[in-house]
Design a protein around this ligand. Structure first.
Ligand SMILES: Cc1cc2nc3c(=O)[nH]c(=O)nc-3n(C[C@H](O)[C@H](O)[C@H](O)COP(=O)(O)OP(=O)(O)OC[C@H]3O[C@@H](n4cnc5c(N)ncnc54)[C@H](O)[C@@H]3O)c2cc1C
Length: 502
């Protein structure tokens, strides 16, 4: 048999690529199996009609809802995973998010460790992803032991004007921490980066910021087009003996010492469930029956303020947010969530959602609009889940805390009207946008209630780790990637120093 790698990482998204970057200096022989291919540099990358109207990059995949109705999820399979399309907001959970938080419709659970445990790893993740930001503007900001290495991405003039208007209303807008080299991004084309794929154009995604670092080490290899289909255990039903995958339609298998599953919150849970065997009849790592459960995806809406007197000629727009309703509703009540700018919406983008309206008309509206993203915490529930029905992926997402989200949107609308936008419209994102999927293979301290220990190791399988958005025990109300990346670096260090020390 050929020499087998020490570690196989399944998936090259934020979890897998960041873990690879953290583990590569150890000298361990690392093989990354990635189902997708690299996103090439092609005109469609910046063609908003191709992206938003023709769905050029959307995967040809269907998931099913609880009634058996098929839908096409925006879940991307390529080197770098979903981060190739992300908005590059690389933010930390607030310190409070690691403790239990009472919400209107339930309790967000405490993590098995506090913010201070992850803090140094957040700093390392910010350095790896070259995050641009500024400290001291956001009253909810947790302590940072080091400053950002780069100044924030500057507001464009109309955005600076709106930031000032919100500040005058008593709010606390802060510069979003962003993984974007704006000069490089704009040199390729004058578009926002949010939802636009990146091909080494200045966006710090899992491929450009983390995988590239990992692949500089001769002991790390990437195999693309390698779709993992199953994990099998050894005779004791505990150790993972083999990883099975297909490459160009051909079945392949590899037998590493240690497996890191990083296929994303839906696909990692599905792979564990699909790998059920006699010793593990409900799926791998599933003694707790929690694999696939606790699916969360944030309650999120686009909120667009329109004013005939406001001319928005911003190209990228996405530079500030505010957390004035994050820890409480502003009147001592339960939390509502985070507000941040979206990438600048154009007529070509809006046309994707409103095909009956002429693009030129939507373009005029967009020129007089400012576009926000309101995001509220989704609380874990065992009944909110992803499961397999034969070959079908069934997503039974049960949103929680929806009223808090509606109130956040209502507050944001009132704020925008007070800031000079008389017309404000909103639209929630639904299951077709599982961008912030998480929670399906969570960490915890009790094997009866969580599949993974606090280092993301499966309680049931000593040589299996799950390191992607699956492990998050709560969704908070901030973008997930930096927290996934920080934990990936923490786990990589644990594997290199405690598990497979050379
Ligand atoms: C449009 C958009 C905007 C976003 N904006 C932000 C943002 O601004 N900030 C933020 O923090 N987050 C953002 N997100 C979310 C962020 O991208 C995800 O949270 C993050 O990428 C999740 O990382 P992951 O490692 O869990 O999984 P992914 O990034 O999804 O990576 C999983 C990888 O596994 C591979 N894979 C799947 N199945 C298999 C298999 N069977 N075999 C082999 N490989 C497999 C996939 O191809 C993929 O490469 C955004 C997402 C989208 C879609």
């Amino acid at each position: 048999m050929a020499v087998q790698p020490d570690v196989v990482i399944i998936g090259s998204g934020i979890g897998g690529a960041t873990l690879a970057a953290g583990l590569a200096p150890s000298g361990l022989d690392i093989l990354i199996l990635e189902a997708g291919e690299r996103i090439e540099d092609r005109p469609e990358n910046r063609d908003q009609r191709a992206i938003f109207q023709r769905g050029y990059f959307r995967p040809q995949e269907s998931w099913f809802d609880r009634r058996g109705k098929a839908f096409n999820p925006g879940n991307y399979y390529n080197v770098g995973g979903n981060s190739k399309f992300f908005g590059a907001v690389l933010t930390r959970y607030r310190r409070e998010d690691f403790a239990e938080i009472r919400h209107r419709e339930g309790v967000s659970p405490a993590w098995p460790f506090g913010y201070e445990e992850l803090e140094p790893w957040y700093g390392k993740a910010e350095a790896l992803y070259q995050v641009r930001g500024t400290l001291g503007e956001d009253p909810t900001e947790p302590p940072h032991s080091m400053d950002y290495a780069f100044p924030p991405v500057p507001d464009e003039p109309p955005i600076a004007e709106v930031r000032a208007r919100l500040g005058a209303l008593g709010l606390h807008p802060y510069s979003l921490p962003l993984g974007i080299d704006i000069d490089r991004w704009l040199a390729k084309g004058k578009t926002p980066w949010d939802s636009h794929p990146n091909s080494f154009d200045g966006k710090m995604d899992a491929e450009t910021a983390a995988l590239t670092v990992a692949l500089q080490y001769p002991n790390t290899r990437l195999e693309t087009g390698a779709k993992v289909t199953r994990l099998t255990t050894g005779p004791d039903g505990r150790g993972i003996a083999a990883v099975h995958y297909t490459k160009n339609g051909e079945p392949c298998e590899v037998r590493p010492r240690l497996v890191v599953l990083s296929a994303g919150a839906v696909k990692s849970a599905i792979l564990l469930l699909a790998s059920a065997d006699d010793a593990n009849p409900t799926g791998l790592a599933n003694r707790s029956d929690q694999v696939g459960r606790n699916f969360m995806n944030h309650n999120a809406s686009a909120v667009i303020g329109i004013s005939p007197g406001f001319r928005n000629d911003a190209i990228y727009q996405k530079t500030f947010g505010f957390n004035d309703f994050y820890l409480s509703d502003g009147a001592g009540g339960e939390p509502l969530g985070n507000v941040q700018l979206l990438g600048k919406v154009s007529g070509r983008i809006l046309k994707g959602d409103l095909p009956a309206v002429p693009e030129w008309l939507l373009g005029i509206v967009a020129t007089h609009a400012i576009d926000f993203y309101a995001m509220s915490e989704d609380i874990p529930s065992p009944n909110s889940r992803v499961r397999l029905d034969g070959e079908r992926i069934v997503l039974e997402w049960q949103r929680s805390n929806w009223q808090a989200h509606l109130d956040l949107v209502k507050k944001l609308k009132a704020v925008l009207r007070a800031a000079g936008f008389p017309l404000v419209v909103s639209k929630p994102f639904d299951k077709r946008t599982p961008s912030h999927q998480c929670g399906t293979v969570r960490i915890g301290t009790d094997p009866a209630t969580a599949p993974l220990d606090p280092y993301c190791r499966a309680f049931d399988h000593p040589n299996l780790f799950v390191v992607d958005a699956s492990f998050l025990p709560s969704s908070a109300a901030v973008n997930p990637s930096l927290t996934i990346a920080a934990q990936a670096l923490r786990v990589a260090d644990h594997i290199a120093t405690k598990e497979l020390r050379q």
